[in-house]
Structures are given as C-alpha cells and as structure tokens.
Design a protein around this ligand. Structure first.
Ligand code: T1G
Length: 654
C-alpha cells in the first residue's frame, strides 16, 4: 500500500482518495477493469484500512474510464485460484460496517454487477449498463449474483437477466430498482458520496409474478439446446426463493466451480477470445483503411436490402441501385418495412428512424454511384452479370473507390481480373438475412490491395458484423466446409443412416436444426442447379451420391413444395417412405450393406469432415486460423457455440 497526500494505492489496480469523510475507491485495470487477483486483493486491503479508520464514514466504488467493471478476469479461468476469491470480496462488501455505494459509470457485467449489487446502494450514470452474461461463457454468476439479485429486484426479472445474459440500459435498471438513482456524468460521484453518508437502506425483497417467472423459465430451457449453464442458472434462482442467503451462496459456489472447468465453459471461452483475436487479423496489422462515408449497394433484393439496412443502422449515407425504377421502389418498400419493424419493436427511436430514411437514396441506374466510396454488389450470382456490372462501375466510380462482390460461390479473382483496377476489388460475403446475421467473410483476392481489404473489414466492423478474412477458394471458408459436411452426410445415407437419424444426431449435438431439415427449409433447387453445372467437370473417380438429384428430379424441392428430404403434412415435418425407399435403392445399386450408426458415430464423422476441410483451408492459407473457422461455422452455419466450433471440438485448439 503506497499513499501520497492525495491518493492511496492499495494494489496496482486499486487506488483511493478520502474526501469529506468518504473514501472513493477506483478500480483501474484497463481496458475494461476486469476483476483480476490484483483488483480483489486491492479491494480487501482497502476495506481493511477503512474498517479501522475513523476518518472514513462512507465508501464509494467506481471504475476508471468508461467501464465500471466488465466482470471476473476471464484470462484467469483455468489457472489456479488466487485468494481472496470474488465471493469473499462481495461477501465482505455486503456485510461491511459502513455504507458502500457503487457509482456505476459504465458497463457493470458479471462479477462487476455482483460487486455493485453487493454494495448497499447504486447510483448510476446514463452511460451505465448492467448484465449477467455468465451463461454466454458456460457459467453462472459465481459471486452471489444468483442469490443477491433475486433479493434486490423481482425474481422473474432476475431470472431473465441471469438466464439470458442480456444487458439492461440505465433507464430499465432504474425502472426495476436495480439502481437507486440515475445521475449525469458530472454529478455521479457527488451523489454517490452523499448516499454513502446515509445508513444503508433497508430493502424489502420485491414480489414477483409467478406466471411470468414460469414463462421466462420455459423460454430459457427451450433455448438452452443441450447447454448446461442456463439450466443451472434457473435452478439457482429458484433456490434463491427457497433457501436462506448463505445456503444459496454455497449452492451457487458449488455449481459455479463445476461449470468453470466444464468443456462447455472452455468452448465458450475459446469463442470469446476467438472473436477478440479475429478483430485484429495479422494480415491487416498497421494497414489503415480508407475513410468510407458513402456506401453504394447494387441489387436491392433480399440480400441487398439487408445490407442497406445494416449500413443505415451504422450511420452510413447509402445509395441503393436496381436495374429499373420499379425494382428500386420495391426494394425501397422492403427496406422501409424493416425500418418500421425496428421502430415498432423499439430497436429504433423516431429520430433514428427518420435519420436513416433520409440517409438512403435509391436509383434505377448506376450513374448515381459516382460519389460512393465503396460499392457492394448483391445481384444475381452469375459470373457474366457481375463482371458486366463491375466493368460498368469502372466507368462511373472514382479510381479510389472500392468494389466488393457479395458472391457466395463465384471466383472473385476472375471477377477482379476483368476490371480496370483489380487491386480495388474485394469480396464481402454476407449471410441472409443480412441485417440480422453477424458473419461477413471479407475476401482478399490475389489482386486486392491491403488497403482495400482493411477498408472492407473496417466497414464490416462498423456494421457491427463479425468480419472474418478469407482467401479465394470455391465457397470460401463457410461454404467449402459446409459442402464437405453435406457430402459426408450424404455418404452416411448410403452407408446406413437416414435423414432423420442424422438430423437427430446434429440436434442432440446442439444444432438448432439438422442438416436435411435445413435443406428442406432453404430449398433444394439452388444446390441442384450448381451440381448440374458442375456435373461435366466432376471427377468420376470421386464418390458421388445421387439421392439429392433424384429428389429434385421428382420435383421435391423442400418445405415450399411440401416434399423434400421429408414430407410436410399440415406444415409438420414427417419421415417419408418414398425417400427411405430412394435411399435403400441407392444402397442396393452400389451393393452397400447398410450399417447402423450411433448418434456419436454420426457426429464424429461429420465433425471429422469439417476438420479435414478446415485443415486444408489453413494449409492453403485461405483461413488465417482454426479459431476463425470456428467463428464462421458458429455464426454462419448454426454450429453450437457451446461446442466451440468444429476445430475446437476436434481438439485442435484445446
Ligand atoms: N476478462 C478479461 N479480459 C476481458 C474481459 C474480461 N471479463 N472483458 C473484456 N476483456 C478484454 C478483451 O479480451 C479485449 O482484449 C479487451 O478487453 C477489450 O474487449 C464471478 C465468473 C466489456 C462489453 O462476460 O462483453 O464475471 O483483445 O474487444 O467491444 O460471476 O469485452 O484487446 O487483448 O470486447 O468494447 C463476465 C465480457 C465474466 C463481459 C467491451 N463478463 N466482456 O466490449 O471490447 S465472468 C463478461 C465483454 C464473471 C463472475 C463471473 C466486452 C465489453 P484484447 P472487447 P468492447
């Protein structure tokens, strides 16, 4: 402990100053004031000091910078535990003999929220937010949150926060009495100090709506899909209404320690840090992106409209272009309907709604794109159509402008090579619906300048997307792995498994929906058209399963035609004996004696297929890392995050 006449340092990350009989403790552990061992030790030493000090009558705890405390230091998980533990710190705060007020100056997440809740009162700024995101890390709050929060706010609201991990803004936190006072930035500390000089408020546990509690519980359990942490979160919040505080806290501790070392928690920690490292690709280190202000989007169909909505939401000026005025108007209507939905759902306030509408210009010709800094094309996925478009744009946009193709399967190298300035061409592969799906594969062609790639990456970040860099190969990272896993699934059909068995194995593993059910939902005809295009060049030596083609030849294109891999009776998915017979016939034709497969065997074969393709993508420098591949499959193809992604699940990152 070091002290100067003004401030005392209780550890590297904990400093304090005494003013007007109040000690103001600041947690300063950049970048987000995570609760490291130094923070815990510093807080305990500070409390020891205060306990014996007559000069101090009240205590205020706040965070340095724009974050209050973003929770326990996730980097410490998996390491040996260093005392004091966070539960010991929150226990001390809650039972302290002088009033302690949390001055919540920003995000109070996980252990950060638990520190604030263990304090005797909370004064927060408009910038503050509260969240218990532990379930997103395969955990439950482990420092009293599951027991103290349901005693501070209504238990149904506590269950919602802890079971979903959602973050509450300051207004809602005040409404539900999670905070006592809302202050603006300048008066936050003063008002907290005043509150700390009063006796700790006597709190009565608010009543809660049992029906709402039951509904929230059902929703959490339904969404958990094999994850353990949400189930434990529900269990602990229920226990908070049955046990006394200390019994509840020891239950929480036990369950927290079990979950902390679980595979689920390790997988979700991997995903957490994978997302952070994907933000800083080595290839773009030190490369400054262009300053993109005006975005052009050509093609205002489903994908184009989604991209435009994301761009408006991110504050860009947007020019939407369609081949004809009617098509442009239709696209405009669709975009307005999405914005109106966002307004009605409260995702947008009226000012933002009006601002976004004004930021969009639509046109029936390309001429209006001369002012665009970046143009993204989302037109029909045909090579000639895209090349003709980019060649036209070459004559319209500035030489410094960037052109991005949203192709899923075409070769961006060949598209770029056909333009005047190939170095300014990149790929930006969005996923449908583009205003909802987070993933964007940012494609660097053999010609792309690093500046162009960095600019596409920066735009995707500003769109609040998860950009992942990919080189050029057919289907880039996501679709090439998806093709490998689909192929293996079709091999499994011939080898003895049926679509419903494979889908059951995938849903058991944690996928929201099995592969064949997804197929039927998306429609079988697009992939069929692609297979027919490829048929001429297909290597006859390679194993090929004809069943999907046979389904399409029979006009079975999926859910919309009522028949696909399954039959849909009154919209309900059912096994179809016609498909079973098609599969049996395919086996007989190839003299394959069907085997029976366990769920685990099916899961392993499909995972192996994804990992093999993943390794190939890394060897060929298409994917920069295995964790990038995991993020693509989790955010674009429904791979369960609590398994960490195919590469992590394959032990390639353990
Ligand atoms: N521990 C360690 N490092 C963290 C961290 C944490 N809790 N949170 C962020 N970082 C690092 C991150 O890796 C990155 O590092 C840098 O900070 C900036 O993060 C007992 C057990 C706060 C909303 O789940 O959600 O408390 O890459 O890029 O976009 O009950 O970070 O620069 O080296 O994300 O501005 C619960 C996790 C923990 C919150 C800021 N807490 N963090 O977002 O920056 S479990 C959380 C976030 C817990 C207790 C339990 C976000 C953020 P680097 P960033 P951002």
């Amino acid at each position: 402990m070091t002290s100067s006449h003004s401030s005392t340092q209780f550890s590297d990350t904990i400093s304090a100053i005494v003013e007007d009989h109040v000690m103001l403790i600041t947690i300063n552990n950049p970048p987000v004031n995570a609760i490291s061992a130094s923070v815990r030790q510093g807080l305990m030493v500070a409390l020891d000091w205060i306990e014996t000090s007559d000069a101090v009558q009240g205590v205020v705890i706040s965070g340095a910078g724009s974050t209050f405390v973003a929770g326990a230091d996730i980097k410490e998980f998996g390491q040996p535990v260093t005392e004091p533990t966070l539960p010991q710190v929150t226990e001390r705060l809650a039972g302290f003999n002088k009033t302690i007020i949390a001055a919540v100056n920003g995000a109070a997440l996980g252990g950060g929220a638990e520190i604030a809740i263990a304090c005797h009162g909370r004064v927060a700024s408009g910038r503050s937010s509260f969240g218990m995101p532990e379930v997103k890390l395969g955990l439950v709050p482990g420092a009293g949150g599951t027991q103290r929060l349901p005693r501070l706010i209504a238990a149904d609201l506590a269950l919602d926060m802890i079971g979903t991990g959602r973050t509450l803004k300051s207004a809602e936190s005040l409404e539900i009495q999670l905070i006592d006072e809302l202050a603006d930035e300048d008066t936050l500390i003063t008002r907290a100090k005043n509150a700390s000089l009063k006796p700790a408020a006597k709190r009565v546990t608010p009543h809660y709506d049992a029906q709402k509690f039951a509904n929230i519980k059902t929703a959490i359990l339904r969404k958990s899909r094999g994850q353990n942490a949400p189930l434990k979160a529900v269990e602990l919040v229920e226990l908070s209404q049955q046990l006394d505080l200390s019994q509840g806290l020891s239950q929480e501790r036990q369950i927290f320690l079990q979950l902390r070392d679980s595979d689920e928690a390790k997988a979700l920690r991997h995903v957490f840090f994978a997302e952070r490292s994907a933000k800083k690709p080595a290839m773009l280190e030190g490369v400054s992106p262009k300053d993109i202000k005006i975005l052009g989007v050509v093609g205002m169909g489903l994908m184009g409209s989604g991209i435009i909505v994301s761009a408006l939401n991110a504050g860009y000026q947007v020019i939407g272009v369609e081949q004809t005025e009617e098509a442009a108007l239709a696209g405009h209507q669709h975009i307005l309907s999405i914005l109106e939905k966002n307004l009605q759902s409260g995702r947008l306030n009226t000012d933002a709604f009006e601002r976004q509408k004004k930021a969009l210009t639509i046109a029936g010709s390309l001429e209006s794109l001369g002012v665009a800094d970046l143009v993204i094309e989302a037109v029909f996925d045909d090579f000639n159509v895209k090349v003709k478009l980019f060649q036209a744009l070459d004559q319209i946009v500035r030489a410094s402008a960037i052109l991005a193709t949203n192709t899923s399967y075409l070769n961006p190298n060949e598209i770029a090579a056909a333009t005047l300035y190939p170095q300014r061409v990149i790929g930006m592969h969005f996923f449908s619906p583009a205003h909802i799906m987070r993933l964007v594969e940012v494609i660097h062609t053999q010609y792309s300048s690093l500046e162009a790639v960095a600019s596409g990456f920066a735009v995707a970040n500003k769109l609040k997307k998860l950009p992942i860099l990919s080189g050029v190969v057919e289907g880039f990272i996501g679709n090439s792995i998806f093709s490998a896993y689909r192929r293996e699934a079709e091999f499994l059909l011939e080898d003895g498994a049926y679509p419903h068995e494979i889908d059951a194995a995938l849903e058991d593993y944690g996928f929201a929906m099995g592969l064949f059910a997804v197929y039927d939902m998306a429609g079988l005809e697009i992939a069929w058209a692609k297979r027919k295009r490829e048929a001429l060049n297909r290597d006859p030596q390679l194993r090929y399963v004809k069943i999907a083609d046979q389904l399409c030849e029979l006009g079975r294109f999926g859910q919309k035609s009522g028949l696909g891999w399954y039959q849909y009776v009154n919209g309900k998915r059912e096994i179809d004996p016609v498909v079973t017979e098609l599969i049996d016939a395919a086996r007989r034709e190839k003299n394959i004696t069907p085997q029976s497969f366990t769920k685990e065997q099916i899961q392993q074969r499909l995972l192996q297929a994804m990992q093999t393709q993943g390794n190939l993508l890394m060897q060929n420098k298409i994917a920069a890392s295995a964790s990038d591949i995991d993020l693509v499959m989790i955010n674009g193809y429904g791979f369960p995050a609590h398994k960490g992604g195919p590469m992590f699940a394959g032990g390639m990152l353990n």
